[in-house]
Design a protein around this ligand. Structure first.
Ligand code: BJW
Length: 239
């Protein structure tokens, strides 16, 4: 089976009703990154941060996978499909995608606020490794059952380590037959650093209505929204 690696950003879920970050009207126009997406913001005002993620958790429950998520899952009929996503929503999984690696965490998990990690990200590198799926949003006063510290959303804020699992990612880079980048401004590192690595894949596509990634010379750029272009691409690949 040929292998397709799909690297996604917020644009993949935009048409499901989940706002992007940097588009006009995006999340970072309405919230200060240093208040809601940094360890310093968390130390200053945990309730504000928890409210921000509570709203996003509840919103994500109302949203449904769009035709792009479904098309990506359908590719599994004929390909090995690896999803590497920057998104914290679980719409790919809800569409039926089986291999999904969340670089920036998951909205439906919580972890201990002491869950700081440094490479190589094995259990020994965590001060407290408590992490669990949630059925309701984390609130101030919800404490870690292991160490008694405040619980927080299982997401990666600026200045925090991204779990890159280098060996796993290197393997995907080396073995990808087809690479699809979709709905990302490619501004946030180290995630965006994967794009040049996947430039080695024999066939490459990039889907975005306003592609901002600046090394697209040898990509087939499908300019348009995820739900327009991804089903078309999947139909073409599945023939
Ligand atoms: C559509 C569409 C439709 C719209 N269809 N498409 C190297 C150089 C410079 C800086 C750095 C560097 N390396 C690290 C840094 C610092 C920093 C960074 O990258 N800063 C840059 C902004 C300059 N990175 C970090 O701090 C990272 N950590 C780190 O480096 O740690 C080092 C360390 C090592 C060891 C020990 C300790 C520390 C962490 C980054 C964490 C990012 N977190 C966030 C929040 C996650 C939780 C949450 O969701 O709240 O992740 S920020 C936000 O940006 C979120 C996203 O995953 C990420 C990427 O955004 P994305 O997905 O690209 O969205 P947008 O909005 O930017 O773009 C949307 C795109 O969709 C656009 O192109 C639209 O056109 C398109 N679109 N509608 C298809 N319908």
């Amino acid at each position: 089976m040929k292998k397709i690696v799909v690297f996604s950003g917020a644009g993949l879920s935009a048409e499901s009703g989940i706002p992007t970050f940097r588009d006009s009207g995006g999340l970072w126009e309405q919230h200060r990154i240093e208040d809601v997406a940094s360890p310093e913001g968390w130390e200053r005002n945990k309730e504000l941060v928890l409210n921000f993620y509570q709203q996003r958790y509840l919103k994500s429950l109302q949203c449904r996978p769009n035709p792009a998520h479904t098309a990506i899952a359908q590719l599994q009929q004929s390909f090995e499909v690896i999803n590497i996503t920057q998104n914290i929503d679980t719409l790919l999984e809800r569409a039926g995608a089986q291999n999904v690696w969340h670089l920036h965490g998951r909205i439906d998990y919580q972890k201990c606020e002491l869950h700081y990690s440094i490479p190589p990200y094995d259990d020994s590198s965590f001060s407290c490794n408590y992490r669990a799926q949630i059925a309701s949003p984390t609130k101030l006063g919800d404490l870690c059952p292991k160490c008694g510290s405040q619980l927080r959303p299982d997401v990666v804020w600026f200045g925090e380590a991204v779990d890159m699992r280098q060996e796993y990612l290197d393997e995907q880079v080396e073995t990808a037959d087809i690479f699809v980048g979709i709905g990302t401004s490619a501004q946030v590192y180290p995630a965006a650093g994967l794009l040049p690595l996947f430039g080695r894949a024999p066939q490459k596509f990039f889907i975005d209505p306003h592609p901002a990634y600046d090394k697209l010379e040898d990509y087939e750029v499908l300019e348009g929204t995820a739900s327009e272009q991804m089903p078309r691409l999947a139909a073409m690949l599945l023939v």
